[in-house]
Design a protein around this ligand. Sequence first.
Ligand SMILES: *Cc1c(COP(=O)(O)O)cnc(C)c1O
Length: 432
Amino acid sequence: MHPELPYPFLQRDPARGLCLSGVALAEIAAEYGTPVYAYSAAAIRDAYVALTTAFGDRPHRLCYAVKANGNLSILALLARLGAGFDIVSGGELARVLAAGGDPAKVVFSGVGKRADEIRAALEVGIGCLNVESAAELDRVAQIAAAMGVIAPVSLRVNPDVDAKTHPYISTGLKDNKFGIPIGQAAGLYRQIQRHPHLAAVGIDCHIGSQLLDVSPFAAAAERVLALLDELTLLGIELHHLDLGGGLGIRYTTEQAPTAAAWVDALLTVIDRHPLARRLPIWLEPGRFLVGPAGVLLSRVEYLKPHPDDGKSFAIVDAAMNDLMRPALYGSVMAIEAVQPAADTVAQDWEIVGPVCETGDFLGKGRHLPLAAGDIVAVLGAGAYGFSMASNYNTRGRPAEVLVENGAVRPIRARESVEDLFQHERPFPSPNA
Ligand SMILES: *Cc1c(COP(=O)(O)O)cnc(C)c1O
């Protein structure tokens, strides 16, 4: 067990075990079954408030990156706080609208927007399309012309800075598929300027995810400001700068920057620039707002202790299909025993799921007091947890609950097996 819990709204109660914002996780597991994701509304709210407060009275917009966790209740909670949204598909646009989000505060990112997705975004009055290639810009222009509207666009530039994060979530290097090489951006902004159905509203960049150092953000901002100067000379006037998301969080023992450190690093660069300091700053935080707020609860099905030199396995009922980060990125996430019996002795366990893959693990070599039937909690599972879950091995995705003001609200039912094959059609039998 970790001597200290990495998140302030998790407490260990001597009688009730591990609690999330005052609610016993053992009770959630008993009532809703396992595996189940539980999120603290207060933790999400606190993260949002920390970030918005860091801007003081400077105009800004926080566009929550929906892909981190798109549950409608979480989107509604953030919409009520005033958040905008960063979407990467037409499906996410529909989610934001269903949750009561304001389309004018939505930015649409992603390298492969389909024509129907662009049309849907323009129909509802999207705030900004973050365009990622010259070919996409042509498509947006054609669609806007056909609809007789003016499309608000930013170019997502690739500043070629190293975010120093996992290669799968680094997006701001010239070898990554994302964005437009910053050297080509001015030429495309001139095309936008000349086109009757396009309006350049800002510059966008997003260099990666889970950054634990703020200096790459500052380096990217410097390059965006150099482009801003170039555009100003061309007579192109912009209305915001979107500096993306990517602020890292603490999973185990990392030192993650605070919201204030992130915003200060950006504003230190921006404040030196006479034009940029007057522009609203937009950010696209995902993980920072929801990651720490969530836990994944799972029950120990079997223990397979190996008394000699081999590893000992604790087989739990959550697997890589429920929480993919360890299998996909080799992520190390804290795991706690929720309410171990006093006489259970801690030892090193490989925490693994039932899926038929050796890569199916939640944690390796965890020193925990575990017995069959016990509940474990994977911490920091609010972002890229449920949203990356799949039905691999014909496993229904977990239930989700939101803890708010001491009450537990189910916000998504567990998928049933019937849910999983409802879209399939049995092959007709020959004698039918
Ligand atoms: C994923 C993504 C984000 C959010 O990243 P986090 O690390 O979750 O903050 C923001 N913007 C874009 C374009 C993204 O693809």
